[in-house]
Write a protein that binds this ligand. Sequence first.
Ligand code: SR1
Ligand code: MG
Length: 409
Amino acid sequence: SVVEPDITKLLDHLARQPALARRLGGARDQWSAREIGDGNVNLVFAVHGPAGAVCVKQAPPYVRAAGPSWPLTPERVLFEHRALVEHRRHAGPYVPEPLHVDPEEHLLTVEYLEGQRVMRGDLTAGARYPRFAAQVARYLAHTLFFTSDLALPAGRKRELASLFETNTAMCQIMEDMVFTEIFLPHPRNRWTSPELDEDVQRLQQDTELKLAVSRLKQRYLTSRDALLHGDLHTGSIMVSEDSLSVIDQEFACYGPMGFDLGTLLAHLLIAYFAAGARGPDRAAQQDWLLSAVEQVWDDFRTNFTELWHNHADGDGYPPALFTGVATTALEAERQRYLDELFTETLGFCGAEIIRRVVGFARPADFTTITDSAHRAAAERRALALARALTTAPTAYRSAADLTTAARDS
Ligand code: SR1
Ligand code: MG
C-alpha cells in the first residue's frame, strides 16, 4: 500500500524557500497542493498560490506503483535535477526550469507547466499535435549532440558523464525490465490479455530475440555516447497545441543515443497499434502517428547533421583532420554514423515495445482498451513488429520503411 502524501510537510518546505514562497505569493494558508502524478515512480504535486504555481516532485524511498515493498533510493531526484540543468542548457524551450532541489527531503521543485498536458493521456483520447514531431526531434538532436564527444572536449565530457555514473538503481531498473526479466518467468511480468499466454511462452524461448536484446543490453551497459533522458515515453512528455516539455529525467545516464530515440518511437508505435483497436474513427490519428514517427527520425537526422557541421567542438572527429578534399569523406562518415544510429534505434524500439506488452510497466494506451480480443490483437501486431525490428534492424533503411512495416504488421 502506498503511504499517503504529507501535504503539510510539503507546504512547510515551500514556505522555508523564500524564492519559491515569493513565486506562489500571499501567505502559506492561501496555498493549495494537489497530487497529480500518474507515473510509476514518484509523487507529483501541483501547488497554487495567489501569485503563481510550482510543481513539486517527491521521491519516496520506494517505487510509487508498488509501494514500500519495492524500495528505491530517493536520491533519484538529484540525478533528475542534474539532467534538467544540463539538458536545459542545450534544449531550453523544451525542458522545464528547475527551481530548487532538497537533498534531505528528496523534493524537486520545477516550474509549473501551464496549459500543457501529459501526452499519453491525450493520445488515448485521440489527440494529434501538429508541432510535436519537429519539436521533439529538435530536443533530441540538441540534448544528444551537445552532451556527446562530437561537441564536448574529452575532459568535460568525462566529468559530465561521471556525474551520472552512480544513477545505479535507476539504470538497473531498465537493465532488468527492458532487457532481462521479460524473457524469464519473473513474478513482475504481467500482460493484460490472457490471449497472449502462448505468445509470451514463444517469446521466452526465442533464442534469436534473446541474443539481439542481450546485444542491446550490452550497449546500454557500456556506451557513454550522450546524456540520455533515459525514459523518453509519451508519459514523460507534456504538450499543448504549440508547445512541448520533456519531464521525468530520473533515469538519466550516459548511454547509447538510440535508447532515447528508440523509446520514443516505440511509444508512438504503441499508440498507433492501440488506436487501431479503438475503432475506424481513429484512422486519421493513426496516419498522424505514423507521420510523426517518420518526421521525428527525419528531422532528428537533419538537425543532428546540421549541429555536427556547425558545432563540432569536441574531441571526436577533429575538424582539423578533415580539410580540403577530406571534407567529402567526413560527410560520408557522418551519414554512416547516422545510418548506424538508425539501426540501433530500431533495435531499442523493438525491445521497448516488447517489455511494454509483457512486463511490469504496461502503458495506458493498451490497458485502457476494454475489449480483450481487440486489445490482444493490437498487442500481437506490436509484438510482431517489435521482434522484426530487434532481430533484423538492418532490413529497414529509412523511417518510411519502418512505418510501412508498422502498417503491414
Ligand atoms: C519501477 S518503474 C517501471 C517503469 O516505469 C518507468 O516509467 C520506467 O519506464 C520504468 O521501467
Ligand atoms: Mg516517469
